[in-house]
Design a protein around this ligand. Structure first.
Ligand code: URA
Ligand code: SF4
Length: 184
């Protein structure tokens, strides 16, 4: 574990700990307020993120930004990262060995940000952080407290793009998160 952002960011440069290094253009480390109250965790970079080196800048990110605006969440005030930092080919889910190889970086990010709230976007984030026994359909809309951090699973914005019906849940879940973040 690194105690400073500089050391952590240096340690990930040129990372070849898993096979996702082969196809990436850019490592997508994370973005936002390094002292954020709320941290968002997605799955992994898509084509746009790989191109720009920033998480959630493509279609899913635009939907998330719209939800943020609607609710009053300032994207610059939260911290956003992913389970894997390099793009899986054809946007497939990260494989177990890839997530396992990359997870130490995310754990270190969480330790440095010290968020009160972590939003788990979709099943990949949920199962890698809380455990494979958690299912997204049953877990979303609920809060799980572990070691003083409140975890709020919700739909991945890409799932919301595929299914309009999930939009209401998504907005409602983020509204609950925002209201929770306003407490003390
Ligand atoms: N989907 C993700 O899970 N993460 C991103 O950064 C972009 C899309
Ligand atoms: Fe390293 Fe993570 Fe990229 Fe794999 S996905 S090469 S572990 S930074």
């Amino acid at each position: 574990m690194y105690t400073t952002w500089n050391e952590l960011e240096d340690s990930i440069k040129n990372c070849e700990k898993c096979k996702l290094c082969e196809g990436r253009k850019n490592i997508v480390f994370g973005v936002g307020n390094k002292n954020a109250k709320i941290m968002f965790i997605g799955e992994g970079p898509g084509a746009d993120e790989d191109e720009q080196g920033e998480p959630f800048v493509g279609k899913a990110g635009q939907l998330m930004n719209k939800a943020f605006e609607y609710i009053g969440i300032d994207r610059k005030e939260v911290y956003i990262a992913n389970i894997v930092k390099c793009r899986p080919p054809n946007n497939r889910n990260p494989e177990e060995d890839e997530a396992a190889a990359c997870l130490d970086y995310l754990r270190n990010q969480v330790i440095l940000v010290k968020p009160k709230i972590i939003v788990l976007l979709g099943s990949v984030a949920l199962q890698n952080i809380l455990g494979t026994e958690y299912k997204i359909t049953a877990s979303r809309g609920k809060c799980f407290v572990k070691k003083d951090i409140k975890y709020f699973p919700t739909w991945h914005p890409s799932a919301v793009l595929r299914d309009e019906n999930k939009k209401v849940d998504f907005i409602r879940d983020l509204l609950v998160v925002y209201m929770e973040s306003l407490k003390n």
